[in-house]
Design a protein around this ligand. Structure first.
Ligand code: IVH
Length: 675
């Protein structure tokens, strides 16, 4: 067999193998090989595809890593509209629905109808189009007629098959499903958001939507989204009679459908399913807001007809929301790491969805004013996932007139320093650098899992260390002596030893962890990684200019400004230099070969069809080498990478005198020494 055929065969094998292992892991939750064995397969395929781009298959799993950055999403029409569901909020309402369906199907009251009951996933719905088994498009629901094309992003979701499994597939089919973010991942994402000084997502659904609607698919690729498939849009030349059979088929084709679904005969069976699911609801790894009940025979759904864009033969049978009413007993003010004052309501304890709630965040003064929240008010509060509950609204009808308005203090409630509010921000901040509350939060962040990971340095210990005056800045922490720790509450010889050892271990962190640990506003884990990769040392990071920061892909104006501000601050400089006497961040290894920083700070515009590289490949090469891509040519464009049939962009480059490179010249450039 010629060499090229052997390579093509290996690429096919690897593609199929990785799809198989993705299916075992992401759909069946039952992996057959270790993560490292999987990584080895993935890397082998990536290397082969890089060397032989023509041999890459259209459903290659390497496409899941994320394609090029979009300027905006384009609109796509659904072949069959995406409708919505009517709701039932009680058993009585479900009975009414059942009787209505009987009437429209002209069935006798004594006959039980066959339903398919399943979970109502609380995410956002998608329409996936497969042609001859290959995923060709993925779109959001939009207005039901057309939505946004999010194909590139959806490709990164591992539980979405890029190719349907099995031999017999329809020529064209639209499959509907719900994209969700599991609760645990949602909480992790929010910790990261907070760690980066960003606003946390209100609930897993918002986080899933925000993750899917990223113009940069590589960001979506880092979010562990999952898809549950449940429905059918358009289908050609394929006979499907029952929803239960269809969902079996979906499972066979490689989708996650979940084991929580049941064929029910009449309302009593449905109620049983409804209550069983309600029982396990809080243990499910994702959010649901009810069950969906559908006539099992698709012919009957059609027969029952449609009203106000909802099928009469289906209904969302919802669970009561996880909301409760309670009373605001007081409003306290917490001071965070960056000095932000957050008003928090202390409420009369109340149970919501299995947990006792004592506090609810009020976010900021604007939010308090907008909702007109006062101390003593009866309020409706809600809990989504395990995030801090929030006040939905005030029940003004029961006000007595004794409720007290609340205003954030003019000085920091912890250190007494002045507070300020920047023009474009809702947050009010304590301006003092020596504020004990901020220091505690900064130390907690420094010690946290994704930062220096100092085991055993929990909230209570940080509290004690700061209150006792033992830790007044970062460096004090690394200068702690045996006798200091021993004097704290709850410490004996052994536990003291353990904590000091953990602190000692934290003195050689990876550079990216160290950057993240500093708690610079807007610098989350991911940005810290990019900064570490591009600058390689604390010294070059500290001495870089705003323009240098901006040259990095993912670092926008906000982050670069924040970095400049942080490193320009005298106190930060002193504290950092002092800290670096104790801590020695470990620089990341430079990528080998052509990859590196050859295009650092360069903006490239792609146009036309390149002879061997696909657009995604070319974009990836540019980004791996530190460059950025842009969609239009301007004076700022470093060069245009042009292939066949290049149109107006090429002309514009010529007009502006911007350099134009062919694919060969481009690849040559990457091989050359850094520019
Ligand atoms: S079937 C006619 N099944 O609920 C619409 N929808 O209010 C048929 N949803 O937009 C939808 N889980 O986003 C169906 N198992 C499930 C579902 C489900 C969640 C969502 C979907 C839809 C909304 C309807």
């Amino acid at each position: 067999m010629p060499q090229s055929e052997k390579i093509a065969q290996r690429i096919q094998e690897l593609t199929a193998l990785i799809h198989h292992h993705d299916f075992r892991y992401y759909v069946l939750d039952d992996p057959e090989i270790s993560d490292s064995a999987y990584d080895a397969l993935f890397r082998e395929l990536q290397a082969l595809e890089k060397q032989f781009p023509d041999l890459r298959l259209s459903d290659s799993p390497t496409l899941r890593v994320g394609g090029s950055v979009l300027g905006q999403f384009t609109k796509v029409s659904h072949r069959v509209p995406m409708l919505s569901l009517a709701n039932a909020l009680s058993e009585a309402e479900f009975q009414e629905f059942d009787q209505r369906v009987h009437r429209f199907l002209e069935r006798s009251d004594t006959e039980s109808l066959e339903y398919h009951a399943e979970l109502k996933f609380d995410g956002l719905s998608l329409n996936l189009t497969y042609e001859n088994g290959s995923l060709i498009s993925a779109a959001t629901r939009g207005d039901g007629e057309s939505g946004e094309d999010v194909t590139q992003n959806v490709r990164t979701i591992r539980s979405v098959p890029l190719k349907l499994r099995g031999k017999v597939v329809p020529r064209l089919i639209e499959i509907r499903g719900e994209v969700i973010l599991p609760i645990e991942d949602f909480e992790k994402l929010n910790r990261q958001q907070i760690g980066a000084g960003l606003k946390p997502f209100a609930n897993p659904r918002n986080a899933a939507a925000g993750s899917l609607r990223q113009l940069d698919p590589s960001i979506t690729a880092t979010r562990p989204l999952a898809l549950f498939a449940y429905g059918l849009g358009f289908v050609s030349d394929f006979e499907i009679k029952k929803m239960s059979d269809f969902q079996e088929k979906l499972s066979y084709w490689g989708f996650r459908v979940g084991e929580w679904r049941r064929v029910c005969q009449g309302p009593d069976d449905v109620f049983k399913f409804y209550h069983e699911i309600q029982e396990i609801r809080s243990r499910l790894p994702f959010e649901i807001d009810g069950i969906v009940v559908k006539l099992n025979r698709l012919r009957e759904v059609d027969q029952a007809g449609y009203i106000a864009r909802s099928p009469r033969g289906m209904i969302a049978f919802k669970y009561p929301p996880r909301q409760e009413t309670t009373t605001i007993e007081d409003i306290i003010v917490q001071v965070g790491r960056t000095g932000v004052l957050t008003p928090v309501a202390q409420v009369t304890p109340v149970r919501i969805g299995g947990a006792t709630v004592r506090r609810a965040t009020l976010h900021n003064q604007d939010e308090i004013d907008r909702k007109d929240i006062r101390i003593g008010d009866r309020v409706l509060i809600q809990r989504a996932g395990d995030v801090i509950p929030e006040v939905v609204k005030v029940i003004t009808a029961v006000r007595t007139g004794k409720e007290k308005k609340f205003h954030l203090p003019k000085v920091c409630p912890v250190c007494g320093a002045a507070v300020e509010r920047k023009e474009d921000e809702a947050a009010v901040r304590c301006v003092s650098r020596s504020c004990g509350a901020q220091l505690k939060e900064r130390i907690r962040h420094l010690a946290s899992l994704d930062a220096l990971n100092i085991e055993g340095l929990g909230d209570r210990i940080v509290e004690q260390l700061v209150d006792a005056g033992l830790v007044n800045n970062y460096s004090d922490l690394f200068n702690l002596k045996n006798e200091h720790v021993l004097a704290l509450d709850g410490f004996a010889e052994k536990s003291t030893q353990k904590l000091l050892e953990a602190i000692e271990r934290a003195k050689k962190p990876e550079l990216n962890r160290f950057i993240y640990a500093l708690g610079i506003r807007h610098v989350g884990e991911k940005t810290a990684k990019s900064l570490a990769k591009q600058f390689g040392s604390m010294e070059s990071l500290m001495n870089a200019s705003e323009q240098d920061y901006e040259k990095i892909h993912e670092v926008g104006t906000e982050i670069s400004k924040s970095l400049v501000q942080y490193f320009a601050d005298r106190q930060n400089q002193t504290e950092l230099l002092e800290l670096l006497r104790w801590i020695h961040p470990q620089s990341p290894k430079r990528p080998e070969g052509a990859a590196g920083l050859k295009l650092l700070g360069r903006t490239v515009v792609l146009t036309g069809t390149l002879p061997s590289l696909s657009r995604t490949e070319a974009t990836r090469l540019i980004e791996e080498n530190g460059g950025k891509t842009a969609s239009s040519v301007s004076k700022k464009t470093s060069f245009v990478l042009a292939g066949d049939d290049a149109g107006s962009k090429l002309q514009k480059a010529k007009d502006l005198g911007v350099q134009v490179l062919s694919e060969d010249q481009f690849l040559e450039l990457l091989k050359s020494s850094p520019v």
